[in-house]
Each structure stands twice: as C-alpha cells, then as structure tokens.
Design a protein around this ligand. Structure first.
Ligand SMILES: NC(=O)c1ccc[n+]([C@@H]2O[C@H](COP(=O)([O-])OP(=O)(O)OC[C@H]3O[C@@H](n4cnc5c(N)ncnc54)[C@H](O)[C@@H]3O)[C@@H](O)[C@H]2O)c1
Length: 441
C-alpha cells in the first residue's frame, strides 16, 4: 500500500539562515567549531542526517535514494549565521576552552569563528539553575520587558547579519523541575504572568515567548518545560511557528532507544535496567542539583515504559525495575562514561545479562542534532508546518506531543516518521514496507 500527496508549497531557502542559541557552553561551541570546520573542508558532517543521510523513494527496484539535503530544500550550511546568549561574558573561544570538548588543534583552527561569538546578555534567574551564578544578565522591571529585550536582540542580529530567516535552539543549562500552573493554561494568562512577574514563568519560557512572537521556530535541547505548555503551544499555532523538544537524545538514552525496541521485538523479558553515568562538565555540575536532576530524571525514565508497554505486556515487562543515576565527577570533563546493566530473560524464564559501557562524548553527539534541528525547523516553517513537530522526536529523549498522546520513543519508528514527513511534504509516496508489489500481489 502506498500513499501519495501533492507537494506542499515550500518557500525557497533564499538568503541567510540565522541560528540563535540560548547558552554558549559545551554544545554550542562544539557546534560552532564543527560548522566552521565543515565549511572550510577540514572535516565532514558526521552524525548529521541532513548532511549525510539518504532517503529511499518509491520501490526498491527503482534505486532512488537521494541525499536528504538534495531531496528537500534545506538551507545551505554556508548560509548559516550564528549568535548566542549566555550568563557569562566569555567569547566562544574562551567558553570552548573551558568546556574542554575539543582538542587544541581544532580549537585553534576555529579560533576566529569562535572568537566572533560574543554572547548577548542573558535572561536568567538563579532560582531556576541553582548551581550557576551568572553576571552577564539583563535587567528589566517585568518578564515582559525582558522578552521585549530578547526580541530586540533577535531583530538587531537579523539586521546586522542580513539574515532572512531565524530559528532558536535552547542549548542552555537544565532548569529546575517545574509542573505547569494556571499561568501556563492560556496565552492570555501567560502574557498577564509576564507583566506581573509570575514566579512560575522560567527564563526559558521568556526566550521561547520572544521567539514565537516573532515567528521564530523554537527547539528545546534541555528537558525544561519551556514550550511544552498549552499557553506556548497556543502562541506557536497563532503565529504559525514550529516548536519541538525536549532534551537532545544523545548518549545513554540513545542506546536505550536503540536496544529496547529490539528486545521487545523478540519478546525477551526485562527484570531491570540500571543506568549510571559519570560526567564532569558544567552540565554535570548543574545536574548535581536535585531540582535540575529531577527534570532530567523524568525525561530519561519515561523512555522504557513507552517502548516496552508493560501494561499490555505484563508477563515480559510488568516487574521491570528501571533506575537512572547521573554522577558529577569533574576529572572526566565532557568525556562521559555511561554503564548499563540490563537483566533480561528468555525461553523458560532463563536469565541473561547485557552490559553496556559507552565511552561517549556528549557534545560531539549533540552538535549535529543542533545542526539538523536548525535546518529542519527552518524547512518546517517554510513548508507552513506549525505548532508541535512530532516528526522531529527522533532527536529528543522526551518528545513533545499533542496533549493526551503518548510519545513515540523507538528510534526506528521515529526515523520512519521523520522520513515519511519529508516524503509527505514533497508529495512522494509513503513507504509502508509492506512489499507485496514485488510478489505480484
Ligand atoms: N550534551 C548532551 O549530550 C546533552 C544531551 C541532552 C541535553 N543536553 C542539555 O543541553 C544543555 C546544554 O548542554 P551543555 O553541555 O552545552 O551545557 P553547558 O553547561 O556547557 O552550557 C550551557 C550554557 O548555558 C548557559 N546558561 C545557563 N542559563 C542560561 C540562560 N538562562 N540564558 C543563557 N545562557 C544560559 C550557561 O552559562 C552555560 O554556558 C543542557 O541543558 C543539557 O542538559 C545536553
């Protein structure tokens, strides 16, 4: 069975694309240095689906598998201009040095591009990130004033750098755990809350509000609530702006959403999954605070339940014990180590174990996600897709979905969803993998 649509009306990717990053830390500086190295031909865009991925079109016998970037009209990476806000005044080179992700030779090779990244003053409240005390912070009487200042920053950036379109990606620290309150129910309530400095409006929400008001797509790389509230979804729909989140899917959770679907597909049972990490970067330090850790923990824990569905598979997954630990351990810097001990069982209930020891590099895994999200969110906007972009759940630990809908965590379903969305907007057949056309049926 195939489904065809007519191609959506997609505006061309003319002119420059502005990418405004909230936070100029490990991920942002690794993104900027990598982008510079790719533009200058010093490396290839490894890990980026938009740059190296291919997409099958039509039947397998047609042998049509263009590159994603040749199939959909994405912005050219040479047309990307980047700016960032941070609570510290360090330029991108200084921030990258402190983050300790990149080798000296890579830092020096991208020094000019990194030094050009001079942060804009941030919107910040210590109550929301207890482990940091930034000094490079805007002041304003109300949160609405601060949102207006952010909008001015964006407009100035657009004018100075001559960008025609802009997207915002949250790459700043994880805020403390927060559940939605009355102020998040409607846009009217939220705007009133901005005027009256409602304490449940986090800095990340002020940034998101500023972006959405200007029609700038917003992607949330951290697990903060941010745009995952009815009020900001309403604003996104009203201004016809795409949003997506939450929490980049990188190290351990990426592995979990690769492995768990396989166990489930083969009906292997699971008694327990214990995950622990050591990491020593600033993100690790921020997550050492119980409030920020709770935000992250919620994001990481939901994954197994939705993949394994213990409610409909009680014999296999009804008694599983899932634990996630994050330990701040400074000597490691950004070179995280994640261990998983997985207790599974098979035929006749015989137990088996899987051990994973993933020596990963958080920011190296996250940087291509920033690139892909920036390009896909810009595409979504030009294709007139608005509100929650669930097809980008491929990139997130805790995908934002419509209210009442459970998220899809299985990486392979997420990949299919993403590629089918690209086929859909280009008016190509959806691929169902039924395959009966090859057998004369
Ligand atoms: N690296 C990964 O693999 C990964 C995966 C998923 C999510 N994340 C999340 O992405 C975010 C960034 O990660 P990182 O490793 O780059 O962290 P980082 O600590 O190196 O950088 C975050 C930067 O944000 C700044 N900041 C904090 N609050 C701010 C505010 N209100 N406005 C502007 N700047 C602010 C900090 O000063 C810091 O420079 C974190 O929230 C992290 O949890 C990271």
């Amino acid at each position: 069975m195939t489904t065809t649509t007519t191609q959506k009306n997609i505006k061309p990717a003319e002119g420059k694309l502005g990418v405004v990053l909230v936070g100029l830390g490990a991920i942002s500086t690794t993104f900027v240095a990598g982008l510079d190295a790719i533009k200058k031909g010093r490396t290839k865009p490894f890990g980026s689906l938009t740059q190296t991925g291919t997409i099958r079109l039509g039947k397998r016998t047609e042998h049509r598998s263009p590159k994603v970037k040749d199939f959909v009209p994405l912005a050219d990476i040479n047309d990307i201009e980047v700016a960032a806000w941070d609570i510290f005044e360090d330029n991108g080179y200084e921030a990258a040095k402190k983050a300790g992700v990149l080798h000296t030779e890579d830092l020096e090779a991208s020094r000019t591009a990194l030094e050009a990244m001079k942060p804009m003053k941030a919107v910040f409240e210590r109550d929301w990130v207890k482990k940091l005390d930034g000094t490079y912070v805007k002041s304003g009487k109300t949160k609405m004033d601060l949102a207006n200042q952010l909008m001015d920053d964006i407009k100035n950036f657009q004018k100075e750098r001559g960008v025609t379109r802009t997207v915002m990606v949250w790459c700043a620290s994880t805020e403390t755990f927060a559940a939605p309150t009355d102020v998040h129910k409607t846009l009217k309530d939220f705007e009133k809350g901005l005027e009256t400095n409602d304490e449940s409006i986090a800095p990340s929400m002020v940034y998101a509000y500023a972006a959405l008001k200007l029609g700038v797509p917003f992607a949330n790389g951290a697990p903060n609530l941010t745009v995952d509230t009815p009020a900001l979804v309403e604003l996104a729909n009203e201004t016809r702006t795409p949003i997506c989140g939450k929490d980049f899917k990188t190290g351990q959770t990426l592995m979990k959403t690769i492995l768990a679907p396989g166990l489930k597909a083969r009906h292997l049972g699971l008694n327990g999954w214990f995950s622990t990490n050591i990491l020593g970067n600033r993100d690790g330090e921020v997550l050492d605070d119980p409030g920020s850790f709770k935000t992250k923990e919620e994001s990481k824990l939901s994954v197994l339940d939705t993949i394994l569905q213990p409610d409909i598979n009680p014999d296999l997954y009804g008694n599983m014990y899932h634990k996630v630990r994050i330990n701040y351990y400074p000597p490691r810097g950004d070179a995280k180590e994640g261990w998983d001990n997985i207790d599974i069982f098979g035929w006749m209930g015989y137990p088996m174990q899987i051990k994973i020891d993933f020596l990963c590099r958080d920011s190296i895994l996250a940087a291509p996600i920033v690139l892909d999200l920036a390009l896909f969110m810009d595409l979504a906007k030009r294709a007139e897709l608005r509100g929650i972009q669930e097809w980008l759940s491929f990139y997130f630990k805790s995908p934002q979905t419509a209210e009442g809908l459970y998220p899809e965590h299985n990486l392979f379903i997420q990949e299919t969803k993403l590629k089918n969305t690209l086929r859909y907007i280009m008016g190509e057949e959806q691929i169902t993998h039924l395959g009966n056309e090859y057998y004369g049926m």
